[in-house]
Design a protein around this ligand. Structure first.
Ligand code: HEC
Length: 135
């Protein structure tokens, strides 16, 4: 009985911490938040920082930057997903201004986030379709 209770406690504890939600913006922000520079793909020091510096001010924290990019000017920067102003500027090397062009891998991280914004059914749709009977 004592063992069962201990097991239950452990199960509840693990159940509580196990499903770590990963934000689709994590990877793209990891690139953006690097200090800007000629060898850097980052935006920090221009658009990102503790206070506005150079160009549009995106914010400082990940949440601020994500929120800004999504909402600014009715979504003008992210509208169109992979064809958006943001994606096109980074793919074509217009931004980061005076910095390192994003690699394909870094662009994939950006696309994954943009796709997550435009998809009406983020991750659950596959699970639903698997349970449907097929013949
Ligand atoms: C050296 C400073 C600098 C760096 C680094 C930089 N930018 Fe910019 N960015 C500017 C300036 C200046 C402008 C033009 C003025 C403006 O519209 O804010 C601009 C414009 C933009 C615009 C167009 C805004 C609009 O209104 O259409 C986007 C999008 C953008 N930058 C994204 C980025 C991203 C994302 C990064 C990092 C990956 C980055 N920039 C890095 C200085 C910089």
């Amino acid at each position: 009985m004592i063992y069962n209770l201990a097991g239950l406690t452990i199960a509840l504890f693990l159940g509580d911490i196990a499903p770590v939600e990963q934000n689709p913006f994590d990877a793209a922000f990891g690139v953006m938040t690097q200090d800007h520079g000629t060898d850097s793909p980052g935006c920090r020091g221009c658009h990102i920082g503790e206070q506005p510096a150079f160009g549009l001010y995106f914010g400082n924290t990940q949440d601020e930057v994500e929120n800004f990019l999504i909402t600014y000017d009715s979504g003008r920067l992210i509208d169109g997903g992979r064809d958006s102003v943001l994606a096109t500027y980074l793919r074509e090397g217009v931004m980061p201004f005076n910095g390192a062009r994003w690699t394909d891998c870094q662009l994939e991280a950006l696309y994954a986030w943009l796709d997550s914004l435009t998809s009406p059914y983020p991750t659950t749709i596959e699970a639903v379709s698997y349970s449907a009977p097929s013949r």
